[in-house]
Design a protein. Structure first.
Length: 337
C-alpha cells in the first residue's frame, strides 16, 4: 500500500470531476479531444491501482468513478461510443488484475452492457426530439400557409378581380392591364389550391426526389449551364422543390439585374453530410446597401425567396459579390432534413 499515492489519485479524481462538470455543462466545450482525455484519465487511474494498492487488490482506485467517462462517451457517440469506452475500461480493469475471479467477470459484464444500452437510449431520445421539432415546424408552416392563403384571398385576389373587370370595361391599354391581372389571379388561385391540397400522409412525407435531375432541368434556360454529379442525389421531395425554387430565384435575378443574355452557372456538389449548390454570374455585382434598401422597401426577393427558404431547411446562404460578378453558396446539412 502507498497511502501518499492513493491520496494523490483521489485528489486527481476530485479535481478532474470539477473540471469535467464545468466542461460538459457547455455544449461548445464537449470536444472530442476532451472526451478522449477524460477516458485517458480514467484508464490511467485503473493502471495505477496495482501500484497504489499492491498486486492482490480487490477494488480499483477509481471504483465506480470509471462510469463517468463511460457514460459521457455513450451520450456523445451513442451506442458505438459507449461500446468502445466499455471495452477499453473493462479490458484495462482485467489486465491490471493479478487474479480474475467470478466477481470480476460480473463487473466486466455490467461495464460492457452499460455503455451500449445508455448510448442506444440517448440516440433514440435525440431522434425522437428531432422528429418532434420537425413535426412542430411542419405544423407551424401549415398554419402560416393557411393564414397567408386567407389574406391573399381576402385582399389581393379581390383587387386583381376588380382590376380585370374595370380594365375590360375601359378598353385600350387598361384592357391589357386587366388581362394581366386576370392571369395573375388565376396563378394565385392555383397556388392556393395546391397548398390546400398538401397531404400529410406518410407516403408524401417520405417521398424522395433527385436533386441532380431537378436542377438539370434548369439547364434548359437560355445561357444557363448546370453541372451535377453523375449519380442520383436523393433528398426529400419537398426539399428538392425548395432548393430548385431557390436556384430559380437566383437565375431570375440574373435575368432581371444583369440581362436576358447574361450567362449563369449552377454547380451541385453532394457530400456524405451535406449538399452544396453554387449559382454564379459575371455581371457587375450588387452595389453596397442595395439588398438592405430592398428589404426596407418591402421587396423581399433575396431575403425570403433565397435566404429564407434555405434557412427554413436548416442551411446557410452566403453571397459573394463584386466587379467579378455575383455568386451564391447554398449549403444544406443532411442531418437537418
Amino acid at each position: 500500500m502507498r497511502p501518499a499515492a492513493g491520496a494523490f489519485c483521489v485528489l486527481v479524481m476530485v479535481l478532474w470531476t470539477g473540471t469535467a462538470l464545468v466542461a460538459y455543462a457547455d455544449p461548445a466545450r464537449r470536444r472530442p479531444w476532451f472526451l478522449g482525455l477524460d477516458l485517458l484519465v480514467t484508464l490511467g487511474l485503473l493502471v495505477a491501482s496495482p501500484i497504489v494498492k499492491g498486486e492482490s487488490f480487490n477494488a480499483t482506485v477509481p471504483g465506480f468513478w470509471v462510469m463517468c467517462a463511460l457514460l459521457a462517451w455513450a451520450v456523445r457517440y451513442h451506442w458505438q461510443g459507449g461500446l468502445l469506452a466499455s471495452v477499453l475500461v473493462a479490458g484495462t480493469d482485467l489486465l491490471v488484475r493479478d487474479e480474475i475471479n467470478q466477481t470480476n467477470y460480473g463487473n466486466t459484464f455490467l461495464l460492457l452492457i452499460a455503455g451500449p444500452i445508455v448510448g442506444f437510449m440517448c440516440e433514440s431520445l435525440q431522434m425522437m426530439a428531432k422528429e418532434r421539432d420537425k413535426a412542430q415546424r411542419a405544423a407551424l408552416a401549415e398554419a402560416e400557409r393557411a393564414r397567408l392563403a386567407r389574406a391573399v384571398h381576402d385582399g389581393v385576389l379581390q383587387v386583381l378581380a376588380l382590376v380585370q373587370r374595370r380594365g375590360a370595361e375601359l378598353g385600350g391599354e387598361a384592357a391589357d392591364l386587366g388581362r394581366l391581372a386576370g392571369e395573375q389571379e388565376q396563378v394565385l388561385r392555383t397556388l392556393i389550391r395546391s397548398q390546400d391540397a398538401v397531404s400529410s400522409s406518410s407516403e408524401s412525407a417520405h417521398a424522395v426526389g433527385d436533386l441532380a435531375a431537378a436542377l438539370g432541368e434548369l439547364g434548359a434556360r437560355p445561357h444557363v449551364s448546370v453541372a451535377t454529379p453523375g449519380t442520383v442525389v436523393e433528398l426529400p421531395a419537398a426539399v428538392v422543390r425548395e432548393l430548385v425554387s431557390v436556384v430559380a430565384a437566383c437565375l431570375d435575378n440574373v435575368v432581371v439585374h444583369v440581362g436576358a443574355a447574361a450567362s449563369a452557372w449552377v454547380l451541385l456538389e453532394a457530400f456524405p453530410d451535406r449538399v452544396e449548390i453554387s449559382v454564379r454570374d459575371e455581371g457587375p455585382g450588387i452595389p453596397a446597401g442595395r439588398l438592405e434598401a430592398a428589404a426596407a422597401e418591402g421587396r423581399l426577393g433575396v431575403s425570403e425567396s433565397i435566404c429564407g427558404r434555405v434557412t427554413d431547411l436548416g442551411g446557410t446562404a452566403e453571397l459573394s459579390t463584386g466587379p467579378f460578378g455575383t455568386e451564391w453558396e447554398l449549403v444544406v446539412p443532411l442531418e437537418a432534413l
